[in-house]
Ligand binder design. Structure first.
Ligand SMILES: Cc1cc2nc3c(=O)[nH]c(=O)nc-3n(C[C@H](O)[C@H](O)[C@H](O)COP(=O)(O)OP(=O)(O)OC[C@H]3O[C@@H](n4cnc5c(N)ncnc54)[C@H](O)[C@@H]3O)c2cc1C
Length: 567
């Protein structure tokens, strides 16, 4: 099935909805004008449609494999990586002094999402490199930056992220990998990491691992963790990949989806590594990478949803079944409901994602704490709602196909299988929601309230042209405010945590209403206004049930004894 990168969606969002004009008005990003953005999006779209999308099916059918310790990637992936690298897409937002383009994150986020729709398992490779580039740019020594960044940015080398161990998943602080100083400024890293995406490949001359490990005097838990850069091949004197380091890929996981992306068990045996950031300061450095990756993973979900939507739409236009105006299923009311829900939710999730990216750019451009707080607040919402939306849209895509959705040849199921992991990795969506209601509410809900003020201010303005929609958004926002007031005074954290997932989703629902309302105002009488009406009338009301759940506290969730729960 062909894929069409959603370039016009992004142009509309950037030009009308998410405040991108503030980014271009800043000195730092003055060159990233709307015209330039359009040209870049069109170019990226061609890569997605013509190079990456044709690799999607092959990656699923012929997964990466390990042959006598050598990793072989899926057919065509080497060429796909080369095209991504040569196009400069890996280093779009990377520092110019190391060969990047220093473009806004908003643009990188859009391009990453489009690539995810074309071929998610391949797109994960540059995403990992981008996270590593950002972590090194912020925390590594100048020597490490000079040596590694140009090669990571050009795609000659690739980057990975090694946090997870068998006993240390969500609880990263439980890791047992060790690091010892070699006495020459380098460290010896030992331990096993599991689930490492793109832990190796056969198209880069080096693979650079960012590994979390504990030094002998590191405190237990997250406070005692340090971050190390551990390359597959040690750079020689001329900075090229030289002698092999003592690390290996032990095995590859057999997964539900994302087959083209090798998920590796990595073994480190006194492998040589270099400290990134301060000793015991690993988590701060890792968070730089994780926040970047969280936004990227939110986009992955949306991208997979976009691919699923396009395929479902094409199928619905052709499949003849039952009596309808056109003779095809697209004119059945329930099929329309599914397609409209997919489209409306994708718009909402994308707008939230892009407004988070704009906040990140404004934080970079101004150094303003307000933008930083806004970006931090929107990151877990973007990740969780983006991925939940991608999964539900892909699931609905299967349903639109009927039985053919369950048959692998159509590719509808692949979108769902591939997207499913996005709600799990980079911090499960449950962990994202807990982050939102705990760490992101340490200000007593101030950031949440400022966002809600904006939503209500726009709703007030919208009353002139769209009184009913404006009133619905305004009322939903008031309910969200009441729930937020309840939430921030709960001292027993479990009372917040038990309702964290529905609270996050309710927040996303209201933000979605806000952005749809903006779209309606920007497209009077047009299709975006009609889509906004669908969302606000039919999908936004979900917030009420979610908020009731969010404010129910923990006691009910623990009401059954473990025996009763299992019984
Ligand atoms: C395909 C794939 C690729 C991956 N790629 C990478 C990678 O490149 N690098 C890397 O380091 N890791 C990677 N991971 C690992 C991934 O980040 C972890 O799987 C994820 O963080 C969850 O950890 P876990 O699997 O141990 O689940 P667990 O932590 O055991 O969680 C199980 C369940 O319990 C919940 N839970 C856990 N703790 C809490 C808590 N405190 N409060 C409430 N609920 C909780 C979780 O939300 C989840 O629902 C990958 C995983 C997969 C499947």
């Amino acid at each position: 099935m062909s894929f069409r990168a959603p370039v016009p969606e992004y142009e509309f969002l950037l030009n009308n909805i998410v405040g991108y004009e503030q980014v271009t008005e800043s000195e730092r990003f003055a060159e990233a004008t709307n015209e330039m953005v359009s040209a870049i999006l069109i170019e990226a779209g061609k890569l997605c449609d013509e190079v990456m999308a044709p690799l999607q099916r092959g990656g699923d059918l012929e997964p990466a494999r390990l042959e006598n310790g050598v990793l072989r990637t899926s057919p065509g992936f080497a060429g796909g990586w080369k095209a991504i690298a040569e196009g400069g897409w890996i280093g779009m937002s990377a520092p110019e002094e190391h060969g990047g383009m220093a473009l806004p994150m908003a643009l990188t986020t859009a391009v990453n999402e489009m690539m995810s729709g074309a071929c998610l398992s391949l797109q994960l490779a540059p995403l990992m490199s981008q996270g590593q580039i950002e972590a090194l740019a912020h925390h590594a020594s100048d020597a490490l930056k000079d040596l590694y960044l140009p090669k990571l940015i050009s795609g000659e080398w690739a980057g990975t992220m090694n946090l997870t161990e068998a006993q240390a998943g969500s609880d990263v602080g439980a890791l047992s990998s060790k690091a010892e100083a070699n006495g020459d400024g380098t460290y010896a890293i030992s331990g096993q990491k599991i689930f490492i995406s793109w832990g190796d490949n056969d198209f880069c001359s080096n693979v650079c691992h960012l590994v979390l490990a504990r030094l002998p005097d590191g405190a237990p838990g997250t406070k005692g963790i340090s971050l190390f850069l551990v390359p597959k091949y040690l750079p020689n004197e001329s900075g090229e990949a030289g002698e092999a380091n003592s690390l290996s890929v032990v095995s590859l996981e057999h997964k539900m989806g994302l087959h083209g992306s090798p998920t590796c068990v990595m073994q480190y045996d006194q492998a040589k590594g270099w400290l990134v950031g301060d000793e015991h300061g690993g988590l701060a450095a890792m968070f730089t990478m994780m926040n970047n990756a969280r936004l990227g993973v939110g986009g992955q979900g949306i991208g997979a949803g976009e691919g699923a939507y396009q395929q479902a739409m094409a199928y619905a236009l052709e499949r003849k079944q039952g009596r309808s105006e056109s003779g095809t299923i697209v004119d059945h009311a329930d099929v329309r409901r599914m397609l409209m829900t997919m489209k409306a939710d994708l718009f909402a999730a994308r707008a939230i994602l892009m407004s988070c990216a704009v906040a990140i750019d404004m934080q970079a451009a101004t150094g303003d704490a307000e933008w930083a707080a806004r970006a931090a607040f929107l990151t877990p919402i973007s990740k969780a709602f983006g991925t939940d939306t991608g999964i539900s849209v892909a699931d609905t895509g299967v349903q639109v196909h009927g039985g053919m959705g369950y048959i692998e040849e159509t590719g509808a199921a692949q979108f769902f299988r591939d997207a499913r992991v996005t709600a799990i990795y980079e911090g499960t969506n449950g962990i994202q929601a807990m982050d939102l209601v705990a760490r992101k509410m340490l200000d007593g809900g101030d950031m949440a309230n400022r966002l809600m003020d904006e939503i209500e201010e726009q709703a007030e303005r919208a009353r002139v042209t769209h009184p009913n929609m404006a009133e619905s958004v305004w009322q939903a926002c008031e309910s969200l405010r009441e729930a937020t007031e309840w939430l921030v005074v709960q001292d027993r954290m479990n009372d917040r945590f038990a309702g964290a997932v529905p609270y996050l989703r309710a927040f996303a629902r209201v933000l979605g209403g806000h952005f749809h309302l903006a779209a309606a105002m920007a497209d009077l009488g047009g299709p975006r206004e009609k889509l906004a009406r669908f969302y606000i009338t039919r999908l936004l009301p979900e917030h009420a049930a979610l908020l009731a759940h969010a404010q129910a506290g923990a006691d009910g969730a623990f009401a059954l004894t473990l025996e009763e729960l299992a019984g």
